[in-house]
Design a protein around this ligand. Structure first.
Ligand SMILES: N[C@@H](CCC(=O)N[C@@H](CS)C(=O)NCC(=O)O)C(=O)O
Length: 203
């Protein structure tokens, strides 16, 4: 059985949501990102030398890393779940465009604000950059249920995960009502609720 290495609420929540949306049976093992030990006492760096989550141990024992690659792998295992358009189609490149945007323009900048050693001036500058990205996102999501249209994809699970961090890093998402409504919409999905509950983030 596949195994997802995760840390509660971290970017590993995105493949966690994807696995549940796809209805794939999997195991999950928590990683302490400070000590780099897994819940069962294994050395996480021996599993993923990069030392960060997410990492997905596949059925054949290979370990796949990098969130955007992992979620596409999961989506492609269950094409019927429509979590990603078929490979090679224009729609698939649009999905990849979103995944890359989230990973390079949002994930790393919002994530950097968890660093309590970041000087205030730098923090303010990062937040200003994020605000510009959120203005763009808000326009893109206007009148749409999900990033690529009417149907939920793995990009939505990823964006939901990153937007969820804003409340912990002093960004008031209420300034972007379209984004707030989007987060509420994604949060209502049973698979998302189940993933949050399994990570101890929802009752
Ligand atoms: N490029 C990686 C980045 C993953 C990442 O930033 N993981 C964070 C949690 S959100 C982490 O495990 N940080 C701990 C560390 O780097 O030591 C990806 O997109 O999957």
């Amino acid at each position: 059985m596949m195994k997802l290495y995760y840390s509660p609420g971290a970017c590993s929540l995105s493949p966690h949501i994807a696995l549940r949306e796809a209805g794939i049976a999997f195991e999950a093992e928590k990683v302490d990102l400070g000590s780099k030990k897994t819940e069962s006492g294994a050395d996480f760096k021996a599993i993923n030398p990069k030392g960060y989550v997410p990492a997905l141990k596949l059925d054949d024992g290979q370990v796949l890393t990098e969130g955007p690659a992992i979620v596409q792998y999961i989506a492609d295992l269950k094409p019927g779940s429509k979590l990603a358009p078929a490979s090679g189609t224009p729609a698939r490149y649009r999905l990849q465009e979103w995944l890359n945007y989230i990973t390079s323009e949002l994930h790393k900048s919002v994530g950097s604000l968890f660093n309590s050693k970041m000087p205030k001036e730098w923090q303010d500058q990062v937040k200003e950059g994020i605000a510009g990205r959120f203005d763009f996102l808000s326009k893109q999501l206007e009148g749409k249920a999900f990033l690529t249209g009417d149907s939920f994809t793995v990009a939505d699970g990823y964006l939901f995960t990153v937007l969820g961090w804003t409340k912990h890093v002093g960004i008031d998402l209420a300034k972007w009502p379209v984004l707030t409504a989007y987060v509420e919409r994604v949060a209502q999905r049973p698979a998302v609720q189940a993933a949050l509950k399994a990570e101890g983030l929802a009752a």
